[in-house]
Ligand binder design. Structure first.
Ligand SMILES: Nc1ncnc2c1ncn2[C@@H]1O[C@H](COP(=O)(O)OP(=O)(O)O)[C@@H](O)[C@H]1O
Ligand code: SF4
Ligand SMILES: [Mg+2]
Length: 323
């Protein structure tokens, strides 16, 4: 079970006080390989952030893992003592930049305090001056202006805030960075600069792999080696960037592709209409394939049984059409 990071048959549900269960991650098996950017995409509400939270061990009630495990280096992180997770895993093996992190910085604190807090949590003996020196050296290495350390969050642009958070989150050289919508709400130029930084972290060998979560598939064309498509708490298709973007097989992936703007003529010609309908309620999921109420290709079996995984080469698809 030696691996960088892998979710195995993972089920994580929000259990609300009224007894409602929201099946946000419902049987996901997904591995992050060394030296790759794995894109995770899907419509809003399909469980991407929930998956990120559990895989980075930052989940809290009412979210509960009800089944499966998250493995790294041969250990199930979900059963590891919390103190060991804090000491050995968080920030060191896995770092996460949660969705909206740049808006969650404490507005009354200079950015350097974020670096001091993070480093001192792991190295209590480290002085503030040493922590700032470390952060400054990394910021210079990655060509960000050193002044960000002395700034308050509101003094920085969105793009600069996001880059700063990414740099500070990876100060301990984690193997894995999970970046949840790191480019959302940024203009196109800032998006490119953030992506350049993520690739620089890989290029410099500071991190080994990235899980890049987004609801914008076009961005993944620039950055991803593989792409996993999620729908209603499940994966529907996982494959190389070329397979997913240029020859998607699952009707949902094809619909997602069809609803995105692409310059290539041959893809434009294959474009299918924007996806009709809305994703299902995760409290009340349809029987069988979760996409069947919206699928124009559905077969009788689709509304009766969940489609099993079909693996061909490096691509896995969950659809009765592929069986
Ligand atoms: N704290 C929470 N309590 C209850 N339900 C939640 C909570 N956070 C997310 N959800 C629900 O879980 C589902 C998946 O959400 P999320 O993982 O944020 O999806 P995505 O990141 O793909 O937009 C959604 O139905 C959402 O409403
Ligand atoms: S399993 Fe059936 S309903 Fe689901 S995507 Fe495939 S064809 Fe459509
Ligand atoms: Mg999200």
């Amino acid at each position: 079970m030696k691996n960088l990071l892998k979710a195995q048959d993972l089920r994580a549900y929000y259990r609300l006080v009224d007894g409602t269960e929201i099946k946000a991650v419902d049987g996901v098996t997904l591995e992050l390989r060394p030296n790759e950017v794995l894109g995770i995409a899907g419509e809003s509400g399909c469980g991407k952030s929930t998956l990120a939270a559990v895989m980075s061990l930052t989940h809290n009630p009412p979210l509960r893992v009800v089944d499966g495990h998250v493995a790294a280096n041969g250990s199930n992180l979900l059963t590891m003592p919390p103190e060991q997770v804090r000491r050995e895993i968080k920030g060191r093996h896995i770092s996460v930049v949660p969705q909206g992190a740049m808006n969650a910085l404490n507005p009354t604190q200079r950015v350097r305090n974020f670096a001091i807090d993070m480093l001192q949590e792991h190295f209590p003996e480290m002085t503030k001056a040493q922590a700032i020196d470390l952060a400054r050296a990394r910021i210079e290495e990655l060509s960000l202006p050193v002044r960000v350390l002395d700034s308050y969050p509101h003094e920085l642009s969105g793009g600069m805030k996001q880059r700063t958070i990414i740099v500070l989150s990876t100060l301990l050289d984690p193997k894995v960075l999970i970046a949840d919508e790191p480019t959302s709400a940024l203009d196109v130029t800032s998006q490119k600069i953030v992506i350049k930084l993520l690739l620089a972290l890989l290029g410099e060998g500071i991190i080994t792999s990235i899980a890049f979560i987004t609801h914008e598939l076009p961005l993944l064309r620039q950055v991803a080696d593989r792409i996993a498509i999620m729908y209603a708490g499940k994966l529907v298709e996982v494959g190389s960037m070329d397979e997913i973007i240029f020859s998607p097989e699952h009707p949902y992936t094809r619909a997602l592709m069809g609803s995105m703007l692409v310059p290539e003529k041959h893809i434009r010609e294959q474009r299918i209409e924007a996806i009709p309908g809305v994703p299902p309620d995760l409290k009340d999921l349809p029987i069988g394939c979760r996409f069947h109420p919206r699928c124009q290709k559905r077969l009788p079996v689709c509304s009766q049984e969940e489609p099993p995984a079909k693996i061909v080469g490096d691509r896995t698809t969950w659809c009765w059409l592929m069986q």
